[in-house]
Design a protein around this ligand. Structure first.
Ligand code: PLP
Length: 368
């Protein structure tokens, strides 16, 4: 039985005609940049998230970078973040000239541990950047508590967690600013790159809108060193009809996750993902921890089942970012997760038969 790691076609097929009509209208209008689709998407996403404003940008990475820049973070500043994620958090921190300060994560939820964050605070700490990894919310009550106590803003990375909630509020509504990604495989994904900054404190709105358009205050008058980082009008038109489906899609992922959990229950070699207490996980990825991971992945591949190792090497050990500051063993739980995690097939439209087939194969492997 062939099961891809991700297959976007079942999700996209029913939307194709409506999206092609919207794109055709954009071509007829000639309004390609920051037109009414981007404005409508910004308004609808802000309302969905329960934040006062949202600003469409070119990618999730840019959303993080522009957020840090809007907060005035610069050379000499420190930003606390996780070493167990993809590179965008570190790129954003380094590109504004600041220093990433890593804190270790929880082996069970994959997310930053609040007390590890607190340990790393210094007078130079200017932001805390938690990542709701794989769709699982971070412990935001504790993280915002630390933020308030030390007067350090939180920038949430919600790129993998569109629609997730923590204790009743959307991930992305806790931080002063938060980043979304619309990369095609994300839970809310476009047909190319795209992102958004969620704005909880509107004092940053104008600066962010200027930063995304070359720092322009008015035409050809530049107030800040900015970027060309606008959300494309066509991507906004693709995303608008998907927004009304996102809760249904997230529920379908959660249903598949429940099936996996049942299908893998009692298997001592496998640990299934644990939703954070008080959080509703939206299963952007379904990532298990598995004994003999490489052999298991090879066994599944032989049967046509695709898996992925999302983060084989923690960020503090990557050549691109480590100037000698960190060494192996500095963040043992993040490193352990790099060796143990395996993402199973998960997408909207994955069938019960496919999920149960994957579980059967995994059981078969450990019985050998
Ligand atoms: C956790 C996380 N943060 C940030 C990003 C960056 O988003 P983008 O690819 O839109 O730049 C991603 C994308 O993979 C991500 O998974």
């Amino acid at each position: 039985m062939k099961v891809p790691r991700v297959d976007l076609r079942p999700q996209e097929r029913p939307l194709k005609k409506a999206i092609l009509r919207s794109i055709s209208k954009i071509i007829d209008s000639g309004e390609f940049i920051l037109g009414h689709n981007v404005k409508a998407l910004e308004k609808e996403i802000a309302a969905y998230m329960g934040v006062p404003d949202a600003i469409g940008v070119a990618s999730g990475t840019d959303a993080l970078m522009l957020s840090l820049c809007a907060l005035g973070i610069k050379q000499g500043d420190e930003v606390i973040t996780t070493p167990f994620t993809m590179a965008a958090n570190v790129e954003a921190i380094l590109h504004v000239g600041a220093k990433p300060v890593f804190a270790d994560v929880d082996r069970k939820t994959f997310n930053l541990l609040p007390f590890e964050i607190e340990k790393r605070i210094t007078p130079k700490t200017k932001a805390i950047l938690p990542v709701h990894l794989f769709g699982n919310p971070c412990r935001m009550d504790e993280i915002t508590g630390i933020s308030r106590e030390h007067n350090i803003p939180v920038v949430e990375d919600v790129c993998q967690a569109f629609g997730a909630k923590y204790k009743g509020s959307r991930c992305g509504s806790f931080g002063v600013l938060s980043a979304l990604s619309f990369f095609p495989t994300k839970n809310l994904g476009g047909y190319g790159d795209g992102g958004m900054v969620l704005v909880n404190d509107v004092q940053y709105s104008q600066k962010l809108r200027r930063l995304r358009t070359h720092g322009q205050q008015s035409k050809y008058i530049y107030e800040y060193l900015g970027w060309n980082s606008r959300l494309d009008e066509m991507q906004a038109a693709v995303l608008l009809p998907k927004l009304s489906r996102i809760d249904r899609w997230n529920a379908a992922r959660a249903k598949a996750a429940k099936l996996y959990e049942k299908g893998l229950a009692g298997l001592s070699e496998v640990e299934t993902p644990l939703a954070t207490d008080g959080g509703n996980h939206i299963y952007h990825l379904y990532t298990i921890k598995a004994q003999r991971r490489a052999e298991l992945a090879a066994h599944l591949a032989l049967q046509g089942i695709e898996t992925a190792v999302n983060f084989p090497l923690a960020l503090h050990l990557q050549l691109a970012y480590n100037d000698g500051t960190w060494k192996e063993g500095d963040f043992p739980d993040a490193e352990w997760l790099c060796n143990m995690s395996l993402s199973l097939p998960m997408f909207v439209g994955i069938s019960e038969k496919q999920v149960l087939g994957v579980c059967r194969s995994i059981r078969g492997f450990y019985r050998k």
